[in-house]
Ligand binder design. Structure first.
Ligand SMILES: NC(=O)c1ccc[n+]([C@@H]2O[C@H](COP(=O)([O-])OP(=O)(O)OC[C@H]3O[C@@H](n4cnc5c(N)ncnc54)[C@H](OP(=O)(O)O)[C@@H]3O)[C@@H](O)[C@H]2O)c1
Length: 263
């Protein structure tokens, strides 16, 4: 299938590692030019070089924090300066800390909203005015399976990501006349640094080893294993492509069967 991504320009947020990195690589493989970002310059440079080597794609990398308004503007300005347009925006960020309601400090709530809801809102706000005149756009928000089945001890994440779903569903209708499509993708359990960090905390709490915890966790997934970031990327790349032209306002899980609800 020709995805029609040749020469498209994509911004992928939080993309030096894990799911964001896999998505940037996947888009580059299909011929897109990509702008990537993360806070830690060293990892970012490594990913930039790797994407270029493996795909031959043009890559712009900027070391910045996606929660800062100034950084969001810089990312858009620099992408336009380098590539002349923006066709695709993949909203992503790190995850907020785990913890129970009364144990989390008051500041954690605003920080989680900034990281997992408002970075998506404000990046979208920066990018959409550049998509409207071209009558083409794809916005894909990386959330979590928690938007369909909240995860215990991740109340900050559960709260902020639910807001993304409401935001995206409303925006999908508003932007449909401009042929700008807005969708959410919900990862289940993928073997990334974020996953191992959370798993380490849970294993410690339950008094088991990390290995034992990971084995049990994999067994609880109907497909019996964690997902590969490249598998996740395949779905996002499709949604960002020409071929997804009649899909908007959806919230799609990619979770090996983890979510037990009907819808
Ligand atoms: N992996 C899973 O199983 C899973 C499941 C459900 C939901 N999710 C969610 O999916 C998202 C991606 O997860 P992941 O597993 O790919 O995480 P990861 O492997 O820890 O990678 C996170 C990436 O985001 C960057 N980042 C974090 N905070 C940032 C910020 N404020 N500004 C710019 N870049 C930032 C990190 O680089 P720097 O630290 O250098 O900035 C890194 O490149 C997270 O929101 C996570 O909670 C993941």
């Amino acid at each position: 299938m020709d995805l029609g991504l040749q020469d498209r320009v994509a911004i992928v947020l939080a993309s030096s590692k894990g799911l964001g990195r896999a998505v940037a690589l996947g888009l580059a493989r299909e011929g897109a030019r990509v702008a990537i970002c993360a806070r830690t310059r060293e990892n970012l440079r490594k990913t930039e070089a790797e994407i270029r080597e493996r795909t031959g794609a043009e890559v712009l990398s900027l070391s910045l924090d996606v929660t800062l308004r100034e950084s969001q503007r810089t990312l858009v300005e620099e992408t336009l300066r380098r590539f002349g347009r923006i066709d695709i925006l993949v909203n992503n960020a790190g995850g907020p800390p785990a913890g129970q309601f009364l144990q989390l400090p008051e500041t954690a709530w605003q920080e989680a909203l900034n990281l997992n809801l408002l970075s998506t809102v404000f990046m979208t706000r920066e990018v959409v005015p550049h998509m409207i005149p071209r009558k083409w756009g794809r916005i894909v928000n990386i959330t979590s399976f928690s938007v369909k089945q909240p995860i215990d001890h991740l109340i900050l994440s559960n709260m902020a990501r639910a807001g993304v779903v409401g935001f995206a569903k409303t925006l999908a209708s508003e932007l449909a006349p401009h042929n700008i499509l807005v969708n959410n993708v919900c990862p289940g359990v993928f073997g990334t640094d974020r996953h191992f960090e959370l798993a380490r905390g849970r294993a410690e709490k339950s008094g088991t080893s990390l290995e034992q915890y990971l084995q049990e966790q994999a067994k609880s997934i109907p497909l019996g294993r964690f997902g590969e970031p490249a598998e996740f990327a395949d779905l996002v790349v499709f949604l960002a492509s020409e071929r997804a032209s009649y899909i908007t306002g959806t919230t799609l899980q990619i979770d090996g069967g983890v979510i037990r609800s009907l819808l």
